[in-house]
Ligand binder design. Structure first.
Ligand SMILES: [Zn+2]
Ligand SMILES: [Zn+2]
Length: 247
């Protein structure tokens, strides 16, 4: 299974990258995690042979701004969009006139499915739980090709993140802040928090994404952080746009 980071910035696009979007290619599915501006690169990987599923965590714009790019694609096997309860109403409002091409007029079939907290077979198994953020944000745990991949985007440190990441082969966690930084009003992770979740959960590998564009102003700052964070979690990588690895 391949994991490809299409957008790795939090908040806004800069020379370091696009806002958050991660692609997971399993044997039978293309899975997109969040629809930040990085989503425009998806067609480099879509050969039209696998159904595409998009999982939205929440509706802060750095996670959905790329929805207006959907009409660029031609997903031959259709697109299913999964998200928290309320997703249908929100998407019908914003992926519509006067903002962009309406979902019903996209050149492929779109289905929206709301996921309450719990485990769902869609047909692969996905467990979702609310994380700790200023707006309701779902984290996801996927079972694909015999592996577990957990995605914990915008969140402060919380039990649900640890539960979702238990024994994961890969935990993809946000890392908006630098060492020691916290914000009580608008919770996000710093590297130590992300490592605490990975360690608490017994995750095998930790990939960091969603670097706040205002905090990490260059890729060198991510690499410097990686060097320090690897002292407390050896199997940690910071992501960059277009980075790809096998799980
Ligand atoms: Zn965000
Ligand atoms: Zn957010």
């Amino acid at each position: 299974m391949e994991v490809i980071f299409l957008g790795t910035n939090g908040w806004y696009d800069t020379k370091t990258g696009n806002t958050t979007c991660v692609l997971v290619e399993s044997k039978d599915h293309l899975i997109i995690l969040d629809a930040g501006n990085g989503i425009h690169k998806v067609d480099q990987y879509d050969k039209g042979q696998k159904p595409v599923s998009l999982f939205l965590s929440h509706f802060h714009l750095d996670h959905i701004a790329g929805l207006h790019i959907l009409n660029k694609f031609n997903f031959k096997c259709g697109l299913q969009i999964f998200g928290p309860v309320g997703t249908t109403t929100i998407l019908n409002d914003i992926v519509n006139e006067p903002f962009t091409v309406p979902l019903s007029q996209l050149p492929f079939k779109v289905e929206i499915k709301e996921l309450p907290e719990g485990t769902h077979n869609i047909p692969f198994l996905v467990e979702c739980k609310y994380l700790f953020h200023s707006s309701k944000c779902l984290g996801y745990r996927f079972q694909l090709d015999g592996k577990i991949i957990t995605y914990c985007p915008d969140t402060g440190i919380c039990e649900n993140a640890i539960t979702l990441a238990r024994n994961a082969d890969l935990l993809i966690a946000e890392c908006s802040f630098k060492k020691g930084q916290r914000d009580r009003e608008w919770p996000h992770l710093n590297p130590e928090d992300a490592v605490a979740i990975a360690n608490g959960a017994g995750a095998k590998k930790l990939a960091l994404v969603h670097f706040d564009a205002d905090v990490y102003r260059s890729l060198e700052e991510r690499i410097q952080m990686q060097k320090e964070a690897r002292m407390i979690f050896k199997n940690l990588v910071v992501s960059f746009d277009n980075m790809q690895f096998k799980v």
